[in-house]
Design a protein around this ligand. Structure first.
Ligand code: NAG
Ligand code: NAG
Ligand code: NAG
Ligand code: NAG
Ligand code: NAG
Ligand code: NAG
Length: 214
């Protein structure tokens, strides 16, 4: 408790002194828009400046209204003059990176917010395949695959619910009921599912008795 208070106080000092703030992650699908907010509502200020990590300014809004934008973003920008949030449209991979907003004003300390914007493509559909290495006593062995992760499982009037996450934030989820095998593949901007009827994915073993003894 005392340590928590002390840590909070130190963090407060650090924040107050340097305007230090954590990075906020934003994921946006290629071609879509991203909205960057101030995280605060300044009462008075001179200007609000958005820059990218090449330290080119993206948009500069002056209270005197002689605002300016960087040519690269000119026709892809929307600035909300009541919330002061910036919307960047038609985002491309090359637009990914850090975006920093600084608010300068006579009556307030400088405030800075840093966004890490990642522009990523829509996820591809997961693939469901039957494994040929299945032993006879196992009714149906199958694998659900995303581009860099997969889940192998066995169907026996259901399957165990499983979930794996890749290093690049892709999630693969497997679930079954008495009729369907369902696999959901997602990344931070999208998801796709592959749903197969069990009897169609695994017709032979489920319909006939296994006569081999292995
Ligand atoms: C601007 O922001 C305000 C406050 O968040 C919101 O009510 C309004 O709809 C926004 N305007 C536009 C054009 O998005
Ligand atoms: C069959 O192969 C998959 C990968 O292709 C593997 O994960 C699974 O454990 C194998 N099953 C058996 C019964 O060997
Ligand atoms: C499943 O992933 C493992 C590594 O995680 C890989 O070795 C294996 O080849 C993959 N199997 C399939 C069927 O994609
Ligand atoms: C299995 O799950 C699917 C998808 O959620 C659902 O539409 C279907 O009714 C379920 N079937 C049974 C037998 O529970
Ligand atoms: C698939 O996963 C995504 C992300 O976790 C989730 O939002 C979505 O509802 C899931 N879809 C289905 C059909 O379960
Ligand atoms: C996006 C934006 O805020 N544009 C403003 C820039 O300043 C002019 C006045 O000089 C306004 O008309 C625009 O709305």
């Amino acid at each position: 408790m005392a340590i928590n208070l002390l840590l909070n106080f130190l963090l407060f000092l650090l924040t107050a002194k340097t305007g230090f703030s954590a990075e906020i992650s934003k994921f946006v699908q290629t071609g879509a828009s991203v909205q960057l907010d101030l995280q605060t509502q300044p009462l008075t200020f001179d200007d609000i400046t958005w820059k990218n990590d090449k330290t080119e300014y993206v948009f500069k809004y002056f209270i005197s209204k002689n605002n300016r934008s960087f040519p690269k973003y000119q026709d892809r920008i929307e600035f909300n003059e009541s919330s002061f949030s910036l919307t960047l449209k038609n985002m491309q991979k090359t637009d990914g990176g850090l975006y920093t907003v600084t608010i300068t004003g006579a009556s307030s300390k400088d405030i800075a917010v840093v966004y890490r914007v990642s522009v990523i493509d829509e996820v591809e559909a997961p693939v469901l395949t039957v494994n040929s290495n299945c032993s006879c006593s196992e009714l149906c062995c199958f694998t659900c695959s995303g581009h860099n992760i997969n889940i192998s499982s066995i169907y026996n009037s259901g399957c165990s619910k499983e979930e794996v996450t890749s290093a690049d934030d892709h999630i693969l989820r497997l679930n079954c009921n008495t009729t369907f095998i369902m696999c959901n593949y997602s990344n931070p901007v999208s998801w796709k599912t592959n749903i197969k009827v069990v009897h169609e994915l695994c017709p032979v073993k489920l319909d006939t008795f296994c006569m081999r003894s292995d």
